[in-house]
Design a protein around this ligand. Structure first.
Ligand SMILES: NC(=O)c1ccc[n+]([C@@H]2O[C@H](COP(=O)([O-])OP(=O)(O)OC[C@H]3O[C@@H](n4cnc5c(N)ncnc54)[C@H](OP(=O)(O)O)[C@@H]3O)[C@@H](O)[C@H]2O)c1
Length: 276
């Protein structure tokens, strides 16, 4: 079962799992995009069931879990992948928007895991793959809410793994750095912010298929935390130590064509009472 399977990393994971012989239950909001992911997989002989819905709606997680049970029973692998990010300074964001981002990136994966856990434990077999982020090791400006959610997700995933692994249920947090997807694009806005990162630092941006390969690998060699790419895991202490050298030059730019975001990089107005 993969949430956020209509595009990006979720779609790539769905394709990789189909190649491994899994039956699939895919969730997303965009029905046409989900169908486009499912069609070639079905043609290749993989049974694929779909669920279309907004995960932030009241009761959506329960409805999704119920639909999955009816379609495929209790999934062996739950990929908590659906997520969103908005690169903006915290003081420019509305409280509602902040709450929604925390709920989608942290609350929904927890509640979905909770929904299936009793059945997974009864069966004594299962694996949760939670899409965290490299941001946990390298918190970046304008991504404070996202960093909070993904840090919470890592804590949840690791603690749960230690709680349930002896009973046959593993939990892994996958933490990619930048991946070439539409993440962070505003509806009707310009190109995804990750495109700009890719132009400035092409070596830092991975294809979604790379993350999917690590996801498959985690099933066969379960670990608590999988940093992606592996080299990032090794270089991380160096990069963290070298942060004063590159300052804030690596990071998501504010999305284009968003009036609030466009304002945010202007320097604050000079304080008239300040020193002259
Ligand atoms: N791209 C990166 O650089 C990167 C790096 C580290 C971690 N990640 C994580 O990887 C995961 C996948 O991101 P991605 O890069 O593949 O992003 P993406 O291309 O924007 O895909 C996001 C997916 O989540 C679904 N989704 C978003 N909001 C939803 C909502 N409210 N209700 C239901 N579904 C919703 C989308 O569904 P629809 O398309 O149907 O709306 C889509 O399938 C996220 O958790 C992200 O934080 C990404």
């Amino acid at each position: 079962m993969v949430t956020g399977a209509s595009r990006g990393i979720g779609a790539a994971i769905a394709r990789a799992f189909a190649a491994e012989g899994f039956r699939l239950f895919l969730a997303g909001r965009d029905r046409a995009a989900l169908e486009a992911v499912a069609a070639p997989l079905r043609e290749g002989g993989t049974p694929v069931a779909l669920w279309v819905g907004e995960l932030l709606e009241e009761g959506a997680v329960d409805r999704l879990a119920e639909a999955a049970r009816a379609a495929v029973g209790v999934p062996y692998v739950l990929v908590n992948n659906a997520g969103a990010v908005r690169a903006a300074r915290l003081e420019l964001r509305s409280p509602g928007e902040v709450a929604d981002e925390l709920r989608l990136d942290l609350g929904v994966p927890l509640v979905l895991a909770r929904a299936f856990l009793p059945d997974l434990l009864r069966r004594g077999r299962g694996h949760l793959l939670n899409l965290g982020s490299g941001i946990v090791d390298l918190p970046l400006p304008r991504l404070a809410v996202y960093a909070a959610a993904k840090s919470g997700l890592r804590g949840f995933s690791v603690a749960l793994d230690r709680e349930t692994r002896r009973r046959g249920v593993r939990s892994t947090v996958l933490e990619p750095i930048f991946v070439r997807t539409a993440l962070g694009r505003l509806p009707g806005g310009g190109p995804p912010p990750i495109e700009a990162v890719g132009r400035r630092h092409p070596h830092l941006v991975l294809a979604p298929e790379v993350v999917a390969r690590y996801a498959v690998g985690a099933l066969y060699r379960p670990r608590e935390i999988v940093r992606i790419p592996r080299a990032w895991g090794l270089l991380r202490p160096l990069l963290v130590a070298a942060r004063p050298l590159y300052g804030n030059r690596i990071g998501l730019p504010p999305p284009r064509a968003a009036p609030a975001a466009a304002r945010e990089d202007r320097p604050p107005p000079a304080d008239p009472s300040g020193p002259r």
